[in-house]
Ligand binder design. Structure first.
Ligand SMILES: Cc1cc2nc3c(=O)[nH]c(=O)nc-3n(C[C@H](O)[C@H](O)[C@H](O)COP(=O)(O)OP(=O)(O)OC[C@H]3O[C@@H](n4cnc5c(N)ncnc54)[C@H](O)[C@@H]3O)c2cc1C
Length: 375
């Protein structure tokens, strides 16, 4: 395993992105309608070239983008990441026609993308998905439901994973690019703990043809997994960005808030808590970037390292944000406070793109597999 550190140029780019997020993207995020797609924010990400950069990124650049934006404006981070999740299957497996139709629009921040894998009956066990793709004379008809789909029902196109072969598990799934205006496709927004644009999708015999397939029929699960493998360390980077935002706020607050005759930071119980928050955040950050660099270098052990990074960073961010709330006292719980926002925002990444328990299963499986190879 190689040692890892960011180059000075990468750190400087992260700082630039953080400043951009705070100064220019946060005001746009604040003008948005909570829980709805914010198209002016997306257009700004497009104008600044960040969506183009994201689509050309490896895992490491994706982490830098996500961490730095999240530190300054979680809404901008999420808008960018969701475009990536919905579009990467097209980058990876799209035909020239599909790429020509959608990628310039996504890059410009004009088209909204969504990644539709989860269903009411298939979350962590995604290979059991049931959305039916039934053969017709000129393609398939999609019938069933998707649930917890970010950007639904407002997206302009969906990467949809459907069952083309019954009883074949992961080997019977096909990925389709489905434009939102297809007949029979509708959806309903869902109101979540944090104001995330998300909803259900209802497919009532939606027609698709061979031209809508991403990759090959029955090979769509690989398209989903390649996308999630690229994104997994970067979910950790999003979490690190939130932890850093909570830490920045805590340093500022505890240096100035006075109690018992001096600033809070002079109480050792407070300063040691801050030291612990900073140490765990730094450890999470190193795990995330090391996993991303290993992914880009094609090193062995990437699934284990990406799982460790996602697991540790998301759990750490929860710890750090909770501790930051504690050190801020009542003001952190007031609606509209940064920490009130982060406290709601930090919860979901421990569940999506592989819950914490699923990451532990991946790590343990690889550890024992390595042991068997050495035995
Ligand atoms: C904010 C948000 C955005 C999302 N966006 C998208 C999206 O854009 N596209 C999409 O397709 N999906 C999306 N999802 C759905 C997400 O991928 C699922 O929630 C996730 O896969 C978990 O599935 P589930 O919620 O059905 O939980 P279940 O699969 O029912 O699991 C519930 C719990 O059981 C435990 N568990 C499950 N499996 C195991 C195991 N193997 N070992 C031990 N314990 C286990 C874990 O504690 C887990 O949290 C989103 C979810 C959220 C919260």
């Amino acid at each position: 395993m190689t040692a890892f550190s960011l180059e000075p140029g990468q750190t400087a780019w992260g700082d630039e992105l953080y400043d951009l997020a705070r100064a220019h993207l946060r005001p746009l995020a604040e003008k948005g309608d909570p829980g709805r797609v914010n198209r002016p924010l997306l257009a700004a990400l497009g104008e600044r070239g960040l969506l183009d950069r994201m689509l050309r990124s490896g895992a490491l650049d994706l982490c830098l983008l996500r961490e730095s934006l999240a530190r300054g404006c979680t809404e901008a981070e999420t808008a960018l990441a969701l475009q990536g999740l919905g579009t990467y299957p097209v980058v990876q497996a799209g035909t020239p026609a599909q790429r020509g139709r959608w990628l310039p629009e996504v890059r410009a921040g004009r088209a909204v993308a969504a990644f539709a894998l989860s269903e009411p009956g298939a979350g962590s066990d995604a290979a059991s998905l049931a959305l039916a793709a039934r053969r017709t004379s000129d393609g398939w008809r999609l019938t069933g439901e998707k649930c917890w789909i970010s950007n639904a029902p407002e997206a302009d196109f969906y990467t949809v994973f459907a069952r083309t072969t019954e009883g074949a598990g992961a080997r019977g799934v096909t990925a389709f690019l489905v434009p939102a205006d297809r007949p029979g496709l509708s959806g309903t927004p869902l109101d979540m703990l944090s104001p995330h644009p998300i909803g259900t999708l209802d497919f009532d015999g939606v027609p698709v043809t061979a031209e809508d397939v991403l990759g090959e029929p029955d090979r769509g699960f690989r398209v989903a997994m390649d996308t999630l493998n690229l994104f997994r360390p970067s979910v950790g980077a999003f979490a690190v960005g939130m932890a850093r935002a909570a830490l920045d706020a805590t340093l500022e607050h505890t240096a100035h808030r006075t109690a018992f005759g001096g600033p809070l930071k002079d109480l050792q119980a407070v300063s040691h808590q801050v030291a612990e928050m900073a140490t765990r955040t730094e450890a999470a950050r190193l795990l995330v970037y090391a996993a991303a660099a290993a992914h880009d270098a094609g090193e062995p052990g990437v699934p284990r390292r990406a799982a460790m990074a996602k697991l540790y960073a998301t759990e750490t961010a929860q710890y750090v944000v909770d501790a930051a709330v504690q050190l801020h006292g009542a003001r952190a719980l007031r609606r509209g406070h940064l920490l009130e926002h982060l406290y709601r925002e930090v919860r979901a990444p421990r569940i999506y793109e592989g819950a914490t328990e699923v990451q532990r299963t991946i790590i343990a499986k690889e550890l024992y597999a390595t042991q068997e190879t050495h035995a």
